[in-house]
Write a protein that binds this ligand. Structure first.
Ligand SMILES: Cc1ncc(C[n+]2csc(CCOP(=O)(O)OP(=O)(O)O)c2C)c(N)n1
Ligand code: SF4
Ligand SMILES: [Mg+2]
Length: 348
């Protein structure tokens, strides 16, 4: 009897014809269940869905388990592991050398606000076009779990040591310093994190995404305030986030009157589902107050705290030429001899 030939369905592709496999990286060497692994998965999905050419992405990180994670996604992209806490200067240099690239920085709480605090604050105030994800577990996971500068007051290490210093709230710091898209999520909140990363890709200034990401080996025990259990009990979303890229049909699933829409630089819309009907993500003072009040209540607020799509970014401020500086020929980057001679003559 003749058999009917069966055709294998074509693999699913995104708007630039790539498969999700094209966005994957090496096999993770992080602990099974580490929150950082879940964040890598969300990065893969978001970049695939947004149809970003992997070769246009530069992955930047410092040192730590979190900073190792760029090896586990988008292995067709460019990548640079800097010295511990010094990634912001590498990111700044790379972005200025080639502004056509999309910078994706992944760092840890230690890398960002312990050893790296000095570099971090200047990065935030420059509003460099860059997505900066902090995989925040409150400890130095890679060096066996010492407290970082985001560890909560009174939280307990596996060894029984209690933290007696107040934490740095990375989101409040970023809002204060001038970042123009500041949000928090939780590594286990698939839907919210996915939407936030997609929205970040469309923003043209500094995105600071603080993602609470439990360290299952050194910070997931009773007494820790960055554990899965603690987060599940204390997480409060300020609004439901849905992101509608401009190249997809706008699927509306919100009740009129209960949503705030923020138009991104590239025309995309960020839809914020407000649970708290008064929350306005464009009000910087209100963002600071909201974060401080949540802190006083011991709550972990998630969602978009602050968005400013009007402020000039660092590349615009410097008024750079459109072509990447890295590929300009010598005669376009060096002052002509006549100009140098004139300067020299003026010094005599
Ligand atoms: C100059 C320098 N100081 C200290 C270290 C040791 N060190 C390596 S990673 C790390 C902390 C990493 O913590 P975090 O950024 O929170 O990443 P995690 O491992 O928790 O993801 C430290 C202190 C180092 N590598 N270099
Ligand atoms: S030590 Fe902690 S942060 Fe590092 S890979 Fe393991 S679970 Fe993740
Ligand atoms: Mg850490």
């Amino acid at each position: 009897m003749a058999t009917t030939p069966t055709s294998t369905p074509a693999p699913k592709t995104n708007r630039i014809g790539l498969q999700v496999l094209d966005y994957r990286g090496g096999k993770t060497t992080l602990c099974a269940g580490c929150g950082h692994n879940a964040i890598s998965e969300r990065i893969i999905d978001a970049f695939y869905e947004m149809g970003i050419q992997p070769e246009r992405v530069m992955k930047l990180s410092g040192i730590g388990c979190s900073s190792k994670s760029p090896a586990y996604f988008m292995n067709r992209s460019h990548s640079f592991n800097s010295v511990h806490g010094r990634m912001p200067s590498v990111a700044t240099g790379a972005t200025l050398a080639n502004q056509t690239m999309l910078g994706l920085a992944v760092s840890g709480d230690g890398d960002t606000v312990s050893i790296g605090a000095g570099q971090f604050v200047h990065l935030m105030r420059r509003n460099l076009p860059l997505i900066y994800i902090v995989e925040n577990n409150g400890v130095y996971g890679l060096t066996k779990g010492q407290f970082s500068a985001t560890a909560d007051l009174g939280s307990k290490l596996k060894t029984g040591v209690i933290n007696d210093l107040p934490p740095i709230d990375i989101c409040a710091l970023a809002v204060e310093l001038g970042a123009t898209f500041v949000a928090r999520s939780f590594s286990g909140d698939k839907k919210q994190l996915h939407a936030l990363i997609k929205a970040s890709i469309a923003h043209k200034g500094t995105v600071l995404l603080d993602v609470v990401s439990p360290c299952v080996t050194f910070n997931d025990h009773e007494g820790s305030t960055k554990s899965y259990k603690y987060m599940k009990e204390h997480e409060e979303a300020i609004h439901e986030v849905g992101f509608v890229p401009h190249f997809e049909d706008i699927a509306v699933d919100y009740e009129p009157g209960s949503a705030t829409e923020v138009r991104m630089h590239d025309g995309s819309l960020l839809t914020l589902r407000k649970l708290n009907k008064d929350y306005d993500p464009t009000d910087r003072v209100h963002a600071m107050k909201t974060l401080m009040e949540a802190d006083a209540r011991g709550e972990v607020l998630t969602g978009v705290f602050y968005v400013d799509t009007q402020k000039k970014n660092f590349v615009e401020l410097l008024n750079l030429v459109d072509e990447p500086l890295a590929t300009l020929p010598d005669d376009r980057v060096r002052p002509p001899k006549a100009v140098l001679d004139k300067i020299m003559a003026g010094l005599q």
